[in-house]
Design a protein around this ligand. Structure first.
Ligand code: ADP
Ligand code: ZN
Length: 597
């Protein structure tokens, strides 16, 4: 019960701080922009002053508010080094200037919003606030067929007998066969696990019940377990049928012995109920439970025991043929220009999941429709590919010039390190247009599908991640919060190099596994001393890379400045533009699509 109470308190506390932040942000925004003034360029402003249209000017820090004689108001920033005094005096403009008020500016508001978003996300994670509770169990007749699932031939083949069984459970019983009741679909997000589960139901023409593991986690004690009970009660009435549990790792993760070992936790009760239900099936009762996860290794061993999820079907990321097939399925009803070659698109989208590819086709069709074309052309696919790669653009978010410049230095740092490090992925594109929570993005695409990384490739990856922060530190002698995600990812990579892939000099080729990955009742697979040594090793890898990157950038300050200047002007640079600015080509290769924010 304590758990629920804590959640409530946490929810309350976080809600309050979130509201306070949003309130403060709005208030300060209102304070500084309560008027109806318009943003104009410095040049326009000078023209207006020269023309004698301006009556009054107020300068606070580098922010100018100009009052025109006709009552209009304008806002702009004073460019660094510009001096206005003489002109204003000559034109008899009433003006005054004060140092920065210390009041909020865009940078601050941006930061507040970021903190707000961060808190909001945490809030959602811990409490499930804002999610619908009503839709926990989904029931539907599935019209999906195996022909809708492209690629994934092995997975489909492995599930054929499940379809046969569902079509006629009696037949299996009389023949003495025993069907597995639980099948685990294992693979990364967006690879079509849900789609396949639906297709099994569709092919067998049986009802499809679905439920998501993550929705249980946020429920109050007892609710999750009773939902599971209801679900299976319904399923039994509808049998033969499919029960699909998405994200089963959210409820089915190894029970935590360290947390007191009691079954008091909501998740444990839900998991227990699930185990009880699966054990309670009569032989060949006609219910097949399909569950999806990307992390079978963290599942509680009890779930994988015979009679439960004792069968695994892998649904991998699509290779080039798979990608072409997926594109074909989704382009089935889209009119394509004769020159469109889906194989070429497939070749250019390594690392894309089925969901990403479905998105590419959809975006391409939207782009073509927007420009009133009757057919979708190759160029639409190219643009769509970039869009999906980089996430939705947020052009509307205004950047202050200062923030824009520091973002440009940050991204230029990533790009330059990528260009100067032999084993780094080729840079595809860089932008300082904000996307999601990132102020800018550097996108690298490998030339091929790569299934295995060398230590050099990983080190190169680490260095590219750190290029952003290193550039900021070199230029401003300080760092911003913008590099937080880069560092987290770099540290994570370094940790895995040491603990999973045996790539550290100090430890040699040993795999330690992580805490949740062990099957010995929650104990770590290594001692505390080892853990400390591992931390040291990780720290030394990270800081070693960082020092290397700082030196590399120092030696190429020129190139960094040039890239930054162009980025500020053009905001987005593609591979060709980057090469011509730097005056060299790119001849290195890679790991799956990675984007450093
Ligand atoms: P997962 O459950 O593995 O996260 P989904 O089944 O939800 O992935 O896939 C999301 C969408 O992506 C599907 O609805 C479909 O449009 C598309 N998709 C994914 N994989 C494939 C595939 N192999 N063939 C066709 N479409 C696919
Ligand atoms: Zn970055």
């Amino acid at each position: 019960m304590g758990n629920t109470r804590n959640k409530k308190l946490l929810f309350l506390g976080l809600s309050l701080s979130f509201l306070a932040l949003v309130g403060y942000g709005l208030y300060s925004w209102q304070q500084s922009h309560a008027d109806t003034s318009r943003q104009i360029s410095y040049t326009t402003f000078i023209q207006k002053v020269s023309a004698g249209n301006i009556a009054k000017v107020r300068i606070v820090g580098d922010e100018i508010t100009a009052h025109a004689k006709n009552g209009e108001k304008f806002n702009l920033f004073l460019p660094a080094g510009a001096y206005l005094g003489d002109l204003l005096i000559a034109k008899k403009v009433d003006f005054s200037s004060t140092p920065p008020s210390g009041g909020p500016n865009w940078f601050e508001i941006g930061f507040l919003v970021a903190v707000g978003i961060f808190l909001f996300v945490i809030l959602r994670r811990f409490t499930g606030m804002g999610r619908s509770r009503a839709r926990v169990v989904d029931y539907s007749e599935s019209t999906t067929r195996f022909s809708d699932v492209a690629g994934a031939e092995e997975a489909k083949a492995e599930l054929l007998d499940t379809v046969e069984f569902l079509k006629d459970p009696e037949k299996f019983s009389t023949l003495g066969g025993k069907m597995p009741t639980g099948v685990l679909l294992v693979g990364p997000p967006g690879t079509g696990k849900t789609l396949i589960a639906r297709a099994v139901a569709g092919e067998a023409d049986v009802p499809f019940f679905s439920i998501s593991g993550s929705e249980f986690v946020e429920m109050y004690v007892g609710v999750g377990a009773s939902r599971v009970r209801d679900l299976f009660a319904q399923a039994k009435k509808a049998a033969p049928c499919i029960v699909f549990i998405d994200e089963i790792d959210a409820v089915g993760r190894k029970r935590d012995a360290a947390a007191g070992g009691g079954a008091s936790d909501e998740r444990d009760q839900t998991l227990n109920q699930l185990l009880v239900e699966m054990d309670g099936f009569e032989v060949n009762s006609g219910i097949v439970v399909l569950a999806a996860t990307n992390r079978p290794e963290i599942l509680d061993a009890a779930l994988l025991r015979s009679g439960r999820f004792d069968r695994q079907v892998t649904v991998g990321s699509p290779d080039i043929r798979g990608r072409e097939a997926i594109l074909k399925v989704h382009a089935k009803n889209v009119p394509l220009h004769d020159a469109v070659d889906l194989l070429v698109i497939a070749r250019g989208t390594p690392g894309f999941s089925g969901a990403d590819l479905a998105n590419v086709v959809n975006e391409a069709a939207i782009l073509a429709a927007r420009s009133n074309k009757g057919v979708v052309e190759m160029i639409d696919f190219d643009l769509a590919k970039d869009k999906v790669l980089m996430g939705a653009e947020k052009k509307s978010m205004v950047l202050s010039d200062k923030l824009k410049l520091s973002t440009a230095y940050h991204e230029a740092g990533h790009v330059l390190v990528a260009k100067l490090t032999p084993d780094a992925d080729p840079v595809h594109k860089v932008t300082i247009i904000p996307r999601g929570r990132a102020m800018g993005v550097t996108v690298q695409i490998p030339e091929d599908d790569i299934y295995c990384y060398t230590k050099e490739m990983l080190v190169a990856h680490l260095k590219v991640l750190m290029g952003g922060r290193a550039a900021e530190e070199l230029i401003y002698s300080t760092t911003t919060t913008g590099a937080g995600n880069d560092l987290a990812r770099a540290t994570d990579t370094a940790r895995r190099m040491v603990s999973e892939w045996g790539m550290s000099r100090a430890f040699g080729p040993v795999a330690f596994g992580h805490n949740e990955n062990t099957d010995n009742g929650g104990k770590k697979g290594f001692s505390d001393v080892t853990a400390r040594e591992m931390d040291n090793e990780i720290r030394s890898i990270v800081s070693g890379c960082y020092q290397g990157v700082v030196t590399l950038l120092q030696e190429n300050m020129d190139a960094l400045e040039r890239l930054t200047r162009e980025l500020v002007v053009k905001e987005t640079l593609d591979a060709g533009e980057i090469d011509s600015i730097l005056g060299f080509g790119d001849d290195n290769s890679s790991d799956p699509v990675s984007a450093a924010a």
